[in-house]
Write a protein that binds this ligand. Structure first.
Ligand code: NAG
Ligand code: NAG
Ligand code: NAG
Length: 394
């Protein structure tokens, strides 16, 4: 559900790297006139989360279940190399890094990687809550999923081993870093809804615990010296082909064709998360905490799909008739089948992923992640806006 490593030296990355950064930033920002670029002040990104940001950790753990096929084509086809990213290409975190003039953030489990621009601890399938906590109520997380608490342990081991063995140096180093805490929690809910068939009311009971787990990581990194933190909310899961294929028959669809009640659940999570973020800000007035509205940015994409990309590049917009269909899948109304997911025998990949929003029915295409990253950085979908402009001021 969020990397200059050996795994990432695919053709697609080279394409981005041969573009001078100033040119890339102009493209990214859709500007015509060059601006006097200030030096970027963020020198590293540390990321915690799930498949929305995993740039290769699960691949190195040995992907199973939902994610068994991320290590081979069609995953990574736009990069001309599967990297372990759950998409055809790049993710939001990659665009965040590029817009900071950093090389892509290496996955922590890539032991030979260069961690000069930070480290990514996100793992596809990860939950906010520990497996044992979920299991208490009979919700099964896949064996390879690495919960937030373990990702935090990895982070501490990483600091100790490489970046800053002395705590004092550490605080100095981390003050210049950007922390991305999430998106996370989506899988806690996915495992309940999609595999455990829990009701929305039943899953609401987990929301406070999930939010606490996210806040615990934020507080811990602040204690270690973090001063800039981005915390994303959940996507509108009711617009996801995975949820639609299972629950659309209930007839609970809105004007966009999305499931009302599941989107309301995602909004409920996001409201609780924002309230907790407000509390975190009040308790840490010297720390910048940005809320990244993945929900709003995704809806903006759906509502402007046919026009969105025209503004920024030469490619035509997203295909209006396929906004809620997976590019890669085994057919059906949403081109999604839980028992035959993208990459499995019998699945096919659409002709042009750049014109589709959903990649495999759970994750988005590179082009959709790119559009969302642009909205977050430039169109006010990450707040407070002035903090976002300051962090990405280079
Ligand atoms: C971007 O990074 C390159 C290489 O690290 C550096 O030479 C350049 O000055 C940076 N540009 C900005 C605007 O910070
Ligand atoms: C930190 O690193 C030292 C030396 O490599 C090691 O002995 C120690 O166990 C590490 N501590 C933690 C908490 O990982
Ligand atoms: C987008 O995905 C749908 C569903 O898989 C597919 O029918 C359509 O051809 C795709 N569009 C393009 C331009 O590839």
């Amino acid at each position: 559900m969020a990397t200059a490593s050996a795994a990432c030296h695919g053709g697609g990355i080279v394409y981005y790297k041969v573009l001078p950064m100033s040119m890339f930033l102009l493209l990214l920002r859709g500007l015509v006139q060059p601006v006097a670029a200030a030096a970027c002040s963020v020198d590293a990104i540390y990321s915690f989360g799930d498949s929305i940001a995993d740039t290769g950790n699960l691949l190195r753990e040995g992907p199973v279940g939902f994610f068994a096929s991320i290590g081979s084509y069609p995953y990574g086809q736009t990069l001309r190399k599967p990297t372990g990213r759950c998409s055809d290409g790049l993710l939001i975190i990659d665009y965040f890094a590029m817009a900071l003039n950093l090389s892509l953030v290496s996955p922590y489990l890539d032991k030979g990687a260069d961690f000069a621009s930070g480290a990514n601890f996100a793992v596809a399938g990860a939950t906010a809550l520990d497996r044992a906590v979920l299991l208490q109520s009979g919700i099964m997380a896949p064996p390879a999923s690495v919960p937030l608490s373990s990702q935090l342990d990895w982070f501490k081991a990483h600091l100790n081993a490489t970046a800053c063995p002395s705590l004092q140096d550490c605080a100095k180093k981390l003050a210049g870093a950007l922390f991305l805490v999430g998106e996370i929690g989506g899988n806690d809910y996915n495992y309940g809804f999609l595999q455990g068939f829990r009701s929305i009311e039943a899953m609401k009971a987990y929301v406070p615990q999930v939010i606490n787990a996210i806040m615990d990581v934020a507080k811990e990194v602040i204690e270690l010296g973090a001063t800039q933190i981005v915390i994303p909310g959940n996507f509108p899961i009711g617009c996801s082909p995975s949820y639609l294929s299972l629950f659309a028959a209930s007839g609970d669809l809105d004007d966009r064709g999305c499931l009302r009640s599941y989107n309301a659940f995602a909004q409920h999570h996001n409201e609780q998360l924002q309230a907790a973020i407000d509390g975190l800000r009040k308790a840490n007035t010297d720390v910048t905490v940005v809320y990244a509205d993945y929900y709003g940015a995704f809806m903006h994409l759906l509502d402007h799909a046919s026009l969105l990309e025209l503004k920024h590049s030469l490619v035509p917009g997203f295909e209006q008739g396929a906004l809620l269909q997976a590019c890669c899948g085994a057919g059906g109304a949403y081109n999604f089948n839980m028992n035959s997911m993208c990459g499995a025998p019998g699945t096919t990949t659409c002709a042009d992923p750049a014109r589709n929003v959903s990649w495999d029915g759970i994750h988005l295409t590179q082009q959709a992640y790119r559009a969302i990253a642009l909205s977050l950085l430039m169109e006010g979908f990450a707040q407070p806006d002035d903090a976002v402009q300051e962090i990405w001021s280079c």
